[in-house]
Design a protein around this ligand. Structure first.
Ligand code: 6PG
Length: 242
């Protein structure tokens, strides 16, 4: 593993995707153990974090994680039923949450059943505000203790997709992305995602190398470039992506 630390981010390069998953599992547990009291995690969707989630349900991470005081949210969701194969909730539930001692009331999937996307976003935002306890985000008290994100080949993260109106949202914490295809999506906005004490991108595979190079060069205009957490920004990469 090699690491590069700059004023605004830490980049760690691991040998392979398994190494990224194991390093991210250590980082998440250590980050949550470093705090005390209730803490929220924003889970990433997509395929990259699946192995990380599987590891968290196994030793030693399972035994070290402070399950009783952690609430679990998602950075975004496809607007599909929770049982749909493309549901980010379903992936995390199957890989992690259904295997560990987390109380149902601490798991906060984006509600999609019986709602229109805008209603789902409003309901999800209400769940976030209820957890946080305030209606305004205080930079000194981030909403999330830890946020996980992936990176799309077009530079999107969560469902902050290029060219969508949600990129301009500065007030709401969650919003519907009606332009998304094949599924409409619900996503946390920049204000909510950036309200993170620790935020880590997990990016693996050679296909992601071009977008990472654009992102790290700066001035790319990519949606992921505007992810600037109030706390520490980390990238866990494998050699193929770096
Ligand atoms: C989603 C994610 C999305 C994902 C990237 C990377 O719902 O798909 O929120 O932002 O993290 O598209 O996806 P992979 O990990 O599958 O490459």
């Amino acid at each position: 593993m090699s690491a590069a630390v700059s004023a605004d981010r830490t980049v760690e390069i691991l040998d392979d995707a398994e190494g990224v998953a194991r390093r991210a599992a250590d980082w998440l547990v250590e980050t949550l153990l470093a705090g005390s009291g209730p803490a929220a995690v924003a889970l990433s969707g997509g395929s990259t974090p699946r192995r990380l989630y599987q590891l968290l349900a196994t030793s030693p991470w399972r035994e070290r994680m402070p399950w009783p005081r952690i609430d679990w949210f998602w950075g975004d969701e496809r607007f599909v039923p929770a049982t749909h194969p493309d549901s980010n909730y379903r992936m995390a539930d199957e890989a992690l949450l259904s295997h560990v001692p987390v109380a149902p009331e601490r798991v906060h999937p984006v509600p999609t059943a019986g709602l229109e996307p805008e209603q789902a976003a409003a309901a999800y935002e209400e769940a976030l505000r209820e957890f946080y306890g305030e209606t305004a985000l205080d930079p000194a008290r981030p909403l999330f203790a830890a946020t996980l994100l992936g990176l799309g080949g077009d530079g999107h993260t969560a469902s902050l997709l290029p060219g969508t109106s949600v990129l301009e949202e500065t007030r709401r914490w969650a919003a519907a992305v009606m332009e998304a295809r094949p599924f409409r999506r619900i996503t946390l906005t920049y204000p909510a995602l950036n309200s993170s004490r620790e935020l880590a991108f997990l990016v693996t595979g050679a296909a992601k190398r071009p977008v990472l190079q654009r992102l790290f060069a700066g001035g790319s205009g990519l949606p992921a470039e505007r992810i600037r957490p109030v706390g520490r920004l980390r990238f866990f990469l494998d050699r193929a992506a770096a």
